[in-house]
Design a protein around this ligand. Structure first.
Ligand code: FES
Length: 209
């Protein structure tokens, strides 16, 4: 192994001289490729920024059902049709549920949440809760996307970052939604599963008062 220092006359480290990136045709091609790549990425970013609102609009246009969603004694079921018993969720957990006889209609998805009863504030109708369970529409009141994300206890709509507080009547705490998510009155059936005692207490999805 050589002990010779690979230094120049000033004692600075030196090595083979490299051309600057744009010194030759090949580098120019690389530069054009990079520019194209950036333009494409910019285009994709632009499209992505349009995608969320468009997804929301699509949801609005798809909603044509105007009949009742729940009613007296309608069981709540999970995505596989199983009825919900009180041991289904721990406090702090949530589950998407549906009305048993008509789970496929567009406005049906419902967010079932569970918190200690003492955590519910004034916005949640306590008479509509049971054993710490409360249920809200999962359809955003802004443009009808599904409220599918969560940050801590906050329910979040991914389309335009609308936020709702499930311990306070799903009140809006951020973003553009104009109204809380409607609450569904629920109770326990004598057989021990969760049922609705009526329909949502407000208009489901975009529009409404
Ligand atoms: S659809 Fe816009 S925030 Fe939910």
């Amino acid at each position: 192994m050589s002990d010779e220092c690979p230094c120049d006359h000033d004692g600075e480290a030196s090595g083979p001289v490299r051309p600057s990136l744009f010194d030759d045709d090949r580098a120019e091609l690389q530069r054009r490729d990079i520019a194209k790549l950036l333009a494409t990425a910019g285009g994709l970013t632009g499209l992505a920024s349009l995608a969320a609102p468009l997804a929301g609009l699509q949801q609005v246009f798809q909603r044509t059902y105007t009949g009742p969603i729940y009613g007296e004694s309608i069981p709540l079921v999970d995505g596989e049709g199983n009825r919900i018993t009180p041991d289904r969720l721990e406090e702090g957990e949530q589950l998407t549920v549906f009305p048993e006889p008509r789970p496929g209609i567009g406005d049906a998805p419902t967010l079932l949440v569970r918190f200690p009863e003492t955590e519910y504030g004034g916005g949640t109708e306590l008479a509509y809760t049971v054993d710490g369970y409360a249920a809200y529409s999962k359809i955003c009141t802004h443009a009808g996307c599904t409220v599918s994300d969560r940050e801590g206890e906050t329910l979040v709509c991914p389309c335009h970052y609308g936020k709702f507080d499930p311990t306070n009547g799903a009140a809006v705490t951020g973003g553009p939604p104009p109204r809380p998510l409607p609450q569904l009155p629920i109770t326990l059936a004598s057989e021990g599963h969760l049922i609705a005692t009526g329909d949502f207490d407000g208009h489901v999805g975009a529009g409404g008062e």
